[in-house]
Write a protein of this length. Sequence first.
Length: 213
Amino acid sequence: MNKIRQHIIFDLDGTVIDSKKEILKTYQLVFSEVRPRIKIDPETLNYGATIQNVLKGVYGNEENLIEAAKKSFSSRYDSSNYDETHLYDGVIETLEILKKNNHLLYIATNKRFAPTTRILQRKKIGHYFSDVKANEMQPGITLSKEQMISDLKRAHFFTAGYMVGDTISDIRAGNSQNLKTIAVTYGYENRDIFAAQNPTFIIDSFKEILTFI
């Protein structure tokens, strides 16, 4: 009996890659260049949020500082070799199996499009994904996770599938788009917060995806 082809959408940071160390290092450099009015502990930043929302939380409504910090961050981060960004255990092996079983894989991330595509290339996993939706795919246009998922469903003609992510917003977006949702506990959120979001599955390692897909 042939297996049914599934459509599986993955968040990136905290789900496929651990980029916290590199992002933290970049923000520290940015804050030394564009100094916030108050002392900021980069460890407390929400790494899954858009850069615009992160910087707004740091600089408030000071648009000139936000723009200067965003330019500084983009200049540093987009040209990185991402040596301090790592794939989680089992990612390549799992993606390989999913691809060999003819499942269609996608990325939906709050990361901007330029570093997203560069990271996928540097980590040699871009070829596993049929499409990538990212924040600011066009300058000045910010997509929510719900919009990214909706765009992928429309572009690839599917209504059912999976959303895999490590944040509340990932699970909420998947649920709102009527997808099965898979919450991962090894990312940047605490396991306890997921119960109230009613994910379809909760997993502790990337390779556990294979137990039900």
